[in-house]
Design a binder for this molecule. Sequence first.
Ligand code: ATP
Ligand code: MG
Length: 207
Amino acid sequence: MKENLKIGIMGGTFNPVHHGHLVAADEALYQFKLDKVIFIPSGDPPHKNFSEETIAEHRYLMTVIATSANKKFFVSRIEIDRKGKSYTIDTIRELKKMYGENTGLYFITGADAILEILTWKKTEEIMQLCSFIAATRPGYNISRIQELKEMLFKKTNNNIEKIFVMEVPALAISSTDIRKRVKEGRPIDYLVPEGVSNYILKHGLYR
Ligand code: ATP
Ligand code: MG
């Protein structure tokens, strides 16, 4: 009998996508035997600050370029095409509806982001719909995830088994640093895939 699908979800602004994202997604594929990982770039915020924000279309296209060679990586427009701000819970509900009850959803985040997501409202419903994979990230203390698990355990009784900590080779790469580097004329080669750095150059992003 065919086993149920296991799908990884990698949400982010991806402004721009970099090797930290790709390594985390690939490691999750391997460690959790996922069938695929769907990258979901966030939509544009309602009030755009053009000096800081990069329009969704650019972020989406860079994510497509970065993931194109991997047969198990996909990119979804679900948040980009939605009007207004997207909440994680809405995206997860929609994916659950699309893929069906029996599909396992694994939300992949950095150790920093899981702390933000799971202290939001709707935590309990989110935890019912999907599991979480928290990738270690330089500069973030994973003991805080343990505290979070204990807090959730008290609140919900059993959801503790749905949060997994995943060790990834430490990559001290962030989109913030990449944007800063571009602005200052410093190199970003090898921090992002070649197609992404070419795209940034071609469109004059982050200058
Ligand atoms: P910014 O600096 O603009 O916040 P970012 O590098 O944190 O960008 P995001 O798009 O915010 O990138 O991140 C999307 C997801 O990827 C988040 O869950 C984040 O924690 C995770 N992530 C980002 N960089 C890394 C990394 N180097 N290692 C592991 N996880 C990462
Ligand atoms: Mg971030």
